[in-house]
Design a protein around this ligand. Structure first.
Ligand code: MG
Length: 396
């Protein structure tokens, strides 16, 4: 006798279900953030049962789109979409000729998220319930401050607004102007003082009522990073994120040994093998996978579990499009070793508007768990009709 859940799953994703089409939806308008134009790419997996799964990639939509259609669609078409682990392994095998990074992994990530959405829809369950269920009632957030209030000019006003909305943690990157000026090679005493000032002002006004993470975007060399970390120690930032490029994790271990402050590393690492190196170098106190880059929800869950074996918490990177926001919420709802999840109020209040059928907004500074099967959201049909939307399909 099948339970209701098993019957749903059996009927919707039985052995006869096949992937019939892989579709990319490219919103070519893009948005402008620190690194220039970011473009979101949505991937939809269609089945002969009529169910459709939704995933997302960014920021180089044209590159990720090419991988989806030329390298991943041939693996996926005709296969059973419920075999997520084997499909992931087969996709990875099909592109793993030059390491782990790049558009190949971002494209696999988008497909993986779409397969989880499909599996959740087939089972009638939110993705977090399929990952092992909820480990919390709501999700602790920090705000990343791409914002109408400039943290360089008005850090106190920005912190006050966030506190007023119930958000008790924020992330800023006031050392970036000095890094750009000197190519990350050195920092002058005057630049050091100026760069610390936003954090000093926030501490002076609010004490430790708001946590402040410092982001460095991988711009610095080791020598400067150690100087900056030591200069920041009296101001107790929540973490120091990506002070160095992520290519030499042994250098990160040296930085970690040179400062009392915790390091957060890194959305630019991909796959369980990339994070294995990080963990083995004992460099990070906070582990930061991006589900649209690291290999999707499957890989994010594995990385979280690996971090747990080192007694380390994760802090999912969530500075992309609206599907990443939902996917990150599902993983954050599930894992037992969550520290905090990233969110960007400019995104969920502004950029995401009109794109999805539902939104996921903080309540008193915390994110409620997503509801509904799969991701719990879908593309707004109007997006498909926009003039700047480019749609491409690979079919059986
Ligand atoms: Mg970062």
């Amino acid at each position: 006798m099948l339970t209701k859940m098993q019957a749903l799953a059996h009927n919707a994703v039985g052995p006869t279900v096949k992937i019939t089409a892989v579709e990319t939806i490219h919103l070519s308008r893009g948005i402008t953030v620190h690194a220039g134009a970011i473009q979101w790419l949505w991937v939809r997996i269609h089945t002969d049962e009529g169910l459709v799964g939704l995933g997302e990639s960014y920021p180089n939509a044209e590159a990720e789109k090419a991988v989806v259609h030329t390298k991943l669609a041939p693996v996926l078409l005709g296969r059973d979409p419920s075999e997520i682990d084997q499909l992931w392994a087969d996709m990875f095998r099909n592109v793993n000729y030059s390491g782990w990074a790049g558009a190949e992994m971002r494209a696999i990530s988008a497909v993986d998220i779409a397969l989880w959405d499909l599996a959740g829809k087939a089972a009638g369950l939110p993705i977090y319930k399929m990952l092992g269920g909820a480990s919390r009632k709501s999700i602790r957030l920090y705000n990343t401050c791409y914002d109408h209030v400039d943290f360089l000019k008005e850090p106190v006003r920005l912190a006050q607004e966030l506190l007023d909305s119930g958000i008790k943690a924020m992330k800023i990157w006031p050392f970036d102007p000095a890094a750009r000026a000197n190519y990350g090679n050195y920092i002058t005493p005057e630049q050091m003082k100026q760069s610390i000032e936003p954090l000093r002002l926030i501490r002076e006004k609010f004490g430790d009522a708001i946590s402040v993470a410092m982001e460095f975007h991988g711009f610095w060399n080791l020598t400067s990073a150690i100087q900056i970390a030591q200069a920041l120690e009296p101001y107790s930032p929540m973490w120091l994120e990506e002070m160095l490029p992520q290519d030499n994790l042994a250098s990160y271990a040296e930085l970690a040994r040179a400062t009392k402050l915790p390091l957060c590393i890194s959305e630019r690492l991909m796959t369980r093998w990339g994070f294995r190196e990080l963990l083995e170098n004992r460099a990070a106190r906070y582990v930061m996978p991006d589900l649209c880059w690291c290999g999707g929800i499957s890989e994010g869950k594995k990385i979280a579990t690996m971090a747990e074996t080192y007694y380390l918490p994760i802090a999912p990177h969530n500075c992309g499009g609206p599907v990443l926001h939902f996917a990150s919420a599902h993983l954050s709802a599930n894992v037992t070793n969550l520290f905090i999840m990233e969110s960007v109020r400019r995104h969920y209040l502004d950029e995401y508007q009109g794109l999805m059928t539902t939104s996921l907004l903080p309540v008193n500074g915390e994110l409620p768990l997503p509801t509904g099967p799969g991701l719990g959201t879908d593309l707004n049909p109007d997006v498909l009709k926009r003039k700047d939307t480019l749609i491409q399909r690979s079919e059986l």
